[in-house]
Design a protein around this ligand. Structure first.
Ligand SMILES: C[S@@+](CC[C@H](N)C(=O)[O-])C[C@H]1O[C@@H](n2cnc3c(N)ncnc32)[C@H](O)[C@@H]1O
Length: 220
C-alpha cells in the first residue's frame, strides 16, 4: 500500500522498536492522566470494550483492564506489546487484554460497529500525514458502535518543540529521532466532522513539558 510518508514512518517503527528494547517500560507502570479520565468517561457511557491504538508497553491498557474493560491493544512495535503481554500476565490481567501488531496507516483489524470505545494517547501525533490521520479517524468511526466514544490526545502547535528540530513538512518535526505531527486546532475540528465534539482539554505531560490536547468525540 502507498503511504504518504512511508520512509519516515518506517524509520520511526525501527526507532520505536529500538527504544522499547533499550528502555523497557519507559513510560512507567502508572496510567497516564488521560487514561484515568477516559476510563471514567467510558464507564459513564456504559462501555464494555476498549480498543487502544499506539498502546506501547501498555501503562494505559493495563489500567483499562484493571477497571474491568475488555481491551484490545495495538501498536506497530512488537517489542512494546511483548512488554505489555508480560506485564498483563504477571498482574493476572492477561485474559482481559489482547494485543495485535498493527500500523494505523492500514485499516483497523476490526469489523464495523464492533467496539464501544477507542482510546489513543499520543498516537495521532506520530509520523502520520494529515491525510493518513483523516483516514484513521474515518476508520475509528467505522469500528465504533453508534454512540461510541473516541478519546485521543495529541501534541499541538503550542508545544515548545513545534517548529524546531528536523522539519519533515505537514507540521511534522523530529527531535532526538522521534517525529511528531503537531496539531493545529483546525485539524482537531475537521476530524470531528460528522461526530459530536464533546471536549478539547489542554494539559501537559512530562518534563519538557509536552503540551497536549485531550479530545473526546462521540460517533453519531
Ligand atoms: C508517544 S508513544 C505513546 C505510547 C502509549 N500510548 C503511552 O502513552 O504510554 C507513541 C506510540 O505509537 C506507536 N506508533 C507510532 N506510529 C505508529 C503507527 N503508524 N502505527 C501504530 N503504532 C504507531 C509507537 O510505537 C509508540 O508506542
Amino acid at each position: 500500500m502507498h503511504h504518504d510518508n512511508g520512509g519516515l514512518a518506517d524509520t520511526q517503527q525501527e526507532h520505536w522498536q529500538r527504544t522499547y528494547g533499550a528502555h523497557p517500560g519507559m513510560y512507567g507502570q502508572e496510567p497516564s492522566a488521560p487514561a484515568v479520565h477516559a476510563a471514567e468517561i467510558f464507564h459513564v457511557c456504559g462501555a464494555k470494550d476498549v480498543l487502544e491504538l499506539g498502546a506501547g508497553h501498555g501503562r494505559d491498557a493495563l489500567h483499562f483492564a484493571r477497571e474491568g474493560f475488555t481491551v484490545q491493544a495495538t501498536d506497530f512495535s512488537a517489542t512494546g506489546l511483548e512488554q505489555l503481554k508480560n506485564a498483563a500476565q504477571s498482574l493476572g490481567l492477561a485474559e482481559h487484554v489482547t494485543t495485535a501488531v498493527h500500523d494505523v496507516r492500514e485499516p483497523l483489524p476490526l469489523p464495523d460497529a464492533s467496539t464501544d470505545a477507542v482510546y489513543a494517547h499520543m498516537l495521532l501525533c506520530m509520523a502520520l500525514s494529515t491525510q493518513e490521520i483523516h483516514a484513521l479517524v474515518r476508520d475509528v468511526r467505522r469500528v465504533l458502535r453508534p454512540g461510541g466514544v473516541f478519546i485521543y490526545t495529541v501534541r499541538h502547535t503550542g508545544d515548545a518543540h513545534y517548529g524546531t528540530g528536523i522539519p519533515h513538512g505537514d507540521d511534522i518535526y523530529e527531535h532526538g529521532g522521534f517525529a511528531v505531527h503537531f496539531f493545529p486546532r483546525h485539524l482537531v475540528d475537521s476530524l470531528a466532522d460528522g461526530w459530536t465534539l464533546n471536549e478539547v482539554h489542554a494539559f501537559e505531560e512530562g518534563e519538557l513539558p509536552r503540551r497536549l490536547w485531550r479530545v473526546a468525540q462521540t460517533r453519531l
